[in-house]
Write a protein that binds this ligand. Sequence first.
Ligand code: GRG
Length: 321
Amino acid sequence: MGEHRGRIEAALRSAVVSADPHLTELASHLLTAGGKRVRPVLGVAAAQVGRDGPVSDDVVAGAIACELVHLGSLYHDDVMDDAATRRGVATVNARWGNLQAILAGDFLLARASSIAAALGPEVSRLLADTIGRLCEGQIEELRHTYDPGRTVESYLSSIGGKTASLLASSARIGSIVAGHGAEVTDVVTGVADVYGMVFQIVDDILDLTATDSELGKPAGHDVEEGVYTLPVLVALNESTPAARELADILGGPLEEPERLRAIEIVRSGPGIRAALAQADRYAYAALTARDLLPDGPAAAALCRAPQALLESLPASLRSPR
Ligand code: GRG
């Protein structure tokens, strides 16, 4: 994957260059600040299923189109959240203002669309539909902001759109561009979708369980913002005095002592364990897909990725299967 990472970085850097040097600076800002590149790595891994050797330039192009959509969505997300920092640096909105951040995010989406169009109508349409799914997931989350009555179904639908859909499409595009048949393409799409669900559930668990310094932001940030994730929804659905106290606390913006109490209630109830069990079921589904793909390291790594994510959690959190 080392060689591929170099190609991904070079392609990303050249994709964000505009005729306007200031727009280039805006569009490069988060890219040069870091990021794990999960989406392009998934795209390349999907292309490598059943194959040896380097992937084509078109596979790298498909992979970076997905990362550019991710980046564009982060620019817009940071405007919506009025976020001050991301990837350890000031956000574009904090440094240059909301208007420039929105335009730079649009520019990243435009570059992604142009790259996808060059890969053909199927990839182009898939990427456009995925941008729509991101918006649907985000709208579903907004619809239930500060809503203690939010259902688990709403949560799963929202993270399916805002996170898993782009990871699934990254793998799907890698597979299509590599010329895999429909069966392999559908399996890698499903595995990457499941990975996305686990990825977001784990992120949401860590928001409630990690320390402020591990997170680089105060724990319970989601609760504070009114985003009630799976552990919180499970805790709210208990018939206990603690669940009733939590319902009384939630429903609006929180003062510091309320945020800490809400975290304490969720941590000491069944919500974290239930969320881990849900993630574990997804991870198990990905493991069982291994038999449906040709042998080789890429297929093995893809199908084990959700499980590996769960294993990277502190032992104190992990649930037995
Ligand atoms: C403009 C495409 C577009 C969408 C508008 C704002 C929005 C609707 C969607 C944003 C959805 C969003 C921010 C989902 C969270 C996705 C997520 C898991 C982000 C963190 O991804 P990582 O951990 O981040 O891969 P790095 O920094 O490593 O790239």
